[in-house]
Design a protein around this ligand. Structure first.
Ligand code: F6P
Length: 361
């Protein structure tokens, strides 16, 4: 009999609930108990936020977006902002308390579902002696040690659907539509949705862009009697010699910057330089919402059950991964070493170039 605890950390992604569902069912088949820590590590600090999970509680959740446990990308337990009686903010390390409570509650393993930030925390706890298994989540698909993270396929489908819809309005008005998509410093969402959604221009963080080249493509469309254009811009895309559009952190305990603004910039430049009517929109959190696609559901269910098989086999401090279509595992330490970028020699990039999409270079 084992006792397992799950947490979901960082930005949510479609498929989180499917992982929870899979872990709960796989544990129950083995006669084990499963608990969920609400809002990342909060359940380890306050017992009211630690909930027992049963097949009844997780009924049907594999098909739903978000996370029934809640999530946060603020307040690392190693540097948590706490307000004292005088209203001052002090940063405290509550990791020892979390480890003590983990032991006191009798857990054998913590299954931490998260992206880069949450897996860094999982590694820090592993180093303190907590047996941890990571499950790779992020719509950005930027984790190096797995071929795919769940959430990405759904985000790409949402972005592609949006591009499909924008074609008709762009065409009706002979306009340029600039669409900013998520992805942080990686261009996976922009590249996959841009190719599938018939973009004329895709700007990726991996290729610093030249506004002249972008405008040349729009003028070329005009020459070929295509009077509208669709431009997809990754939020982390950077102009040659320029900087990432960064809105700062702005939220207490949040370490990562909030990106955004490059879409508006690109739209303004296109308007000024080509004289074309241009509109921009930010797809934003729509990409994180909704029901997971079949691909993401299945991947999440596979990850969740593989994680429980790892607990059974005593393989800790590893992250479950997808490698050549199979479930495998890698040490968390290796999984967080670097972020996965778009390979500029890959056939997807070649596909984009071969169908005439401008990549800003
Ligand atoms: O990492 C996932 C992600 O959606 C990024 O693509 C995006 O930059 C960020 O999270 C947005 O974070 P928040 O939900 O805190 O605004």
């Amino acid at each position: 009999m084992k006792k397992v605890v799950i947490s979901t950390g960082g930005g949510d992604a479609p498929g989180l609930n499917a992982v929870i569902y899979a872990v709960v069912h796989a544990c129950y088949r083995r006669g084990w108990e499963v608990y969920g820590s609400r809002s990342g590590y909060r359940g380890f600090l306050d017992y009211d936020d630690m909930v027992q999970l049963t097949p009844k509680i997780v009924e049907g959740i594999y098909a739903t977006g978000g996370t029934i446990l809640g999530s946060t990308n603020k307040g690392s337990p190693f540097n948590m902002p706490v307000e004292n009686l005088a209203g001052e903010i002090k940063y405290v390390d509550v990791s020892d308390k979390i480890l003590k409570n983990f032991k006191r509650m009798g857990f054998d393993c913590h299954i931490a579902i998260g992206g880069d930030g949450s897996l860094h925390l999982a590694q820090q706890f592993a180093e303190k002696g907590m047996p941890v298994i990571g499950v790779p989540k992020t719509i950005d698909n930027d984790l190096e040690a797995t071929d795919r993270t769940f959430g990405f396929d759904t985000a790409v489908s949402t972005a592609t659907e949006a591009l499909d819809k924008l074609h008709s309005t762009a065409k009706s008005h002979d306009r340029v539509m600039v669409v900013e998509v998520m992805g942080r410093d990686s261009g996976w969402i922009a590249l996959y949705s841009g190719i599938s959604g018939g973009a004329d221009v895709i700007l990726l963080p991996e290729i610093p862009f030249d506004m002249e080249k972008v405008c040349d493509k729009i003028s070329d469309n005009e020459l070929h009697e295509k009077h509208y254009s669709i431009v997809v811009v990754a939020e982390g895309a950077v102009e040659r010699g320029g900087k990432v559009f960064n809105k700062g952190s702005g939220e207490l305990g949040r370490e990562e910057a909030i990106l955004g603004g490059v879409g508006d910039y690109v739209a303004d430049e296109i308007r000024k330089r080509t004289g074309k009517d241009t509109r921009s929109l930010v797809l934003g959190h729509l990409q994180r919402g909704g029901s997971p696609t079949t691909f993401d559901r299945l991947l999440a269910l596979r990850f969740g059950t593989a994680a429980v098989r790892m607990v059974e086999a005593g393989i800790f401090n590893h992250m479950v991964a997808l490698a050549a279509s199979q479930m495998s595992s890698v040490p968390i330490k290796e999984a967080i070493r670097s972020r996965k970028k778009v390979n500029l020699e890959s056939d997807k990039v070649l596909t984009a170039r071969n169908v005439g999409i401008c990549l800003g270079d």
